[in-house]
Design a protein around this ligand. Sequence first.
Ligand SMILES: *Cc1c(COP(=O)(O)O)cnc(C)c1O
Length: 390
Amino acid sequence: MNFDSLKQQKSRRTPFYYYDMALLNDTLDRLESAAKRYHYHVHYAMKANCNEDILKTIFKRPFGADCVSGNEVEKALSMGVAPNQIVLAGVGKSDWEIEQAIDAGIFCLNVESLHELQVIGLIAEKMGRPVKVALRLNPNVDANTHKHITTGLKENKFGIAHNDLGLALELLDTLDFVSLSGLHFHIGSQIMELQPYIDLCHQVNQILDFLASKQVTLEHLNLGGGLGINYHNPDIEPIPNFKLFFETIHKHLKSDLPVHFELGRSIVGQCGALVTRVLFEKQGASKNFLIVDAGMTELMRPALYSAAHKIERLNDETSNEVMKYSVVGPVCESTDSFGDDIALPLSVRGDVLVIRSAGAYGESMANNYNLRRLNAAEYSYDQVSVKDTL
Ligand SMILES: *Cc1c(COP(=O)(O)O)cnc(C)c1O
């Protein structure tokens, strides 16, 4: 990530998000060529970051949209994404969201329960419009990630239980306006190993055998998203290894059906940083606090799932003495902390810190608690020199 243009912006009011658009474009280049090799379809999971400029940059590419709300569908349509490139997931879709999706003619609705399937059937019938669905199945695969971002275990609220697939097929037979287009899976987020995806492929192969034995045919498979990024060392791996990811899927999935993916974090995670300024230093009983002007209102991940983001000081001209700090925000909540034992050069009031790898689930989760308001984002379009990328 390139911070050169940020260094000229130091007097700007903080906190704000800073996006390296050259890195985003490089990431998109790699993703596009990796996916093309297997004719894989990529839908960008909009909830990871729905900043206008980020969306514009992504949707210039031949990617579709993965939406989890009616407003995201509306946004994707308004940004020129073709309806047949949009998928809608979500464990609790409202009637208006289902109606809107049917009306727009999106690619498919990913259905998460038998009850939802029934309701979609009723709404489609009332509208007199056919609709395509994919059944989101819960494959009971452990993604080995934080429990709050695991979604594919049988105790999670997501998807239709494996055992209910037969019932879902029977129900589909009774719904005149609903046709089965595919199967959908999404096992979790920030998945750092490929093994969970290999396990998923094996599960999918078995389910496909079962469906073939019942003469059920499909038009597509959707393996969701979840590919993780390196939060500890963002500069070692600024772009996730999409090539290896797709190669692994291709090797283990035994199917000729078109395969779709819904990637969020792996596309936008590393191109964003949250820029904040040190307000105060405080010597606690057992900790050195650095109180900064960004908090859980701007970046919720640490408070929500104990996520650790690498923190660096932008200016390197003062001291080189390294200190261990607890870096905390201004919000009146004890979880408003970016972590303890963070090694930084001795930092003083006014120093600018960058909280790295904040491009995904950062700005999109920002909120107005305490009536706080996020400052406008800053963008860099500078190409990183070849030397830096090696
Ligand atoms: C959040 C979400 C994604 C994207 O997950 P990432 O970990 O950001 O890749 C994909 N599909 C569904 C259904 C989701 O809810």
